[in-house]
Design a binder for this molecule. Structure first.
Ligand code: NAD
Ligand code: MG
Length: 383
């Protein structure tokens, strides 16, 4: 990797280029044109935004999952474009910034082809963590997290042995309802829930941050990435989003990674890992200006989705896939106005009760559990 960084630009296939992570990644590329070049871009709809990116970057491959490509553009169309882009011969790294389980096949295809996957698409690891990590080992590929908490843990762990780790402590902003009375949260509107205090992100992860489903997804993601058992992964609320996570070692020493909340830093680190390069675009951290850092426990009773998700992770098998799919469907229904905020955990709990015991060892079984959970939530939307 060092020689690649110094000799010629790394070809990156950017899946989900029009999203929040996708556009942050393009800003990182724009600051380092000698190091990174997007060789493939994909999006779902938002043709105009994609066309603008294509005009700027002129990638060898362009794919749209849905929507009509411009006439004569040569763009590829349909869900298969994700796998095609992920295995493009010019791409050494695949930055998967797709939202939801839709990103899973592309991650697996890239790993089978021995590519490094810079993974923002955490749902990939929640749906099929064991299959994904086994595929990485078998194919010679690598999964490097983009998620800020996991990037922090990776940085804290650098050079340490797994048996030296006692505990991971993942920070959570607490979302927009951190201080709301429990009874009021269930009636929160879409506008309330989209008003995240510290991060500007896509709508699905913003709702996940309001329910704390996002933290459950991240605990499962950390379990698979770092091989740490669930009883040694904790969550603490930290409203400033400056400390991105902590690792406690067996001697009692605790290491944290800090920085101003910006996804451009974890994106850059995922691309250069295990090296670092100079970057003038990421806002600098000033400890005095940042002021005091505050930590508090999670209000588990007010945010039941967190416990539902972590319990699904502990249960293993199909349960995490069911949790993820039910959450995706419930969030989509909330955003469309057909579920209330308080119904999101209820519908996830219903799907888990009905389906969590399904088999979930193979990819086929996990995909079937995902589909069943979606049907389960959708069929109850009018109830
Ligand atoms: P977003 O909604 O802003 O963007 C999603 C991108 O994926 C878009 O380019 C969209 O066109 C594409 N897409 C959507 N549905 C698709 C489908 N079915 N098939 C193929 N492509 C599809 O989302 P985001 O906030 O950028 O998040 C992307 C991923 O990164 C999510 O998994 C999220 O949890 C994770 N993540 C995001 C942030 C953040 O700050 N935004 C931080 C950490 C992790
Ligand atoms: Mg995160």
């Amino acid at each position: 990797m060092v020689s690649d960084l110094t000799r010629r630009p790394i070809g990156v296939s950017l899946l989900g280029s029009t999203g929040s992570i996708g556009t942050s990644a393009l800003r990182v590329f724009a600051r380092h044109p000698e190091r990174f070049v997007p060789v493939a871009l994909t999006a779902n709809g938002r043709i105009d935004a994609l066309a603008e990116q294509v005009a700027t970057w002129k990638p060898a491959y362009v794919g749209v999952v849905s929507g009509e490509p411009p006439v004569g553009s040569g763009w590829h169309r349909g869900p298969a474009c994700l796998v095609e882009a992920a295995t493009h011969p010019d791409a050494q790294v695949v930055l998967n910034a797709v939202v939801g389980a839709a990103g899973l096949h592309a991650t697996l295809a890239a790993l089978r082809a021995g590519r490094k996957v810079a993974l923002a698409n955490k749902e990939t690891l929640v749906v099929a963590g064991e299959v994904v990590m086994a595929t990485a080992r078998a194919g010679g590929g690598d999964v490097v997290p983009v998620d800020s908490e996991h990037s922090a843990i990776l940085q804290c762990l650098a050079g340490r042995r797994p048996d030296e780790v006692r505990r991971l402590i993942i920070t959570a902003s607490g979302g927009p309802f951190r201080t709301w009375p429990t009874a009021r949260i269930s009636d929160a509107t879409v506008e309330d829930a989209l008003n995240h205090p510290t991060w500007r992100m896509g709508s699905k992860i913003t709702i996940d941050s309001a329910t704390l489903a996002n933290k459950a997804l991240e605990v499962i993601e950390a379990h698979h990435l770092f091989g740490v058992p669930y009883d040694r992964i904790e969550v603490v609320v930290h409203p400033q989003s400056i400390v991105h996570s902590f690792v406690e070692f067996i001697d009692g020493s605790v290491v944290a990674q800090l920085g101003v909340p910006s996804m451009e830093l974890p994106i850059l680190y995922a691309l250069t890992h295990p090296e670092r390069i100079e970057d003038s675009g990421v806002p600098r951290y000033d400890p005095v200006a940042a002021g005091s850092l505050h930590f508090e426990p999670v209000r588990r009773d007010a945010f039941p989705t967190l416990t539902l998700g972590i319990d699904a992770g502990r249960a293993g098998g199909a349960a995490p896939a069911v949790f993820n799919a039910a959450n995706e469907e419930a969030v989509a229904a909330f955003l469309e106005g057909t579920l209330t905020f308080g119904q999101i955990p209820e519908r996830i709990a219903g799907a888990l009760e009905a389906l969590a015991d399904r088999p979930g060892r193979t990819l086929e079984e996990l995909l079937e559990a995902d589909a069943e959970a979606r049907r389960h939530v959708q069929s109850r939307l009018s109830c």
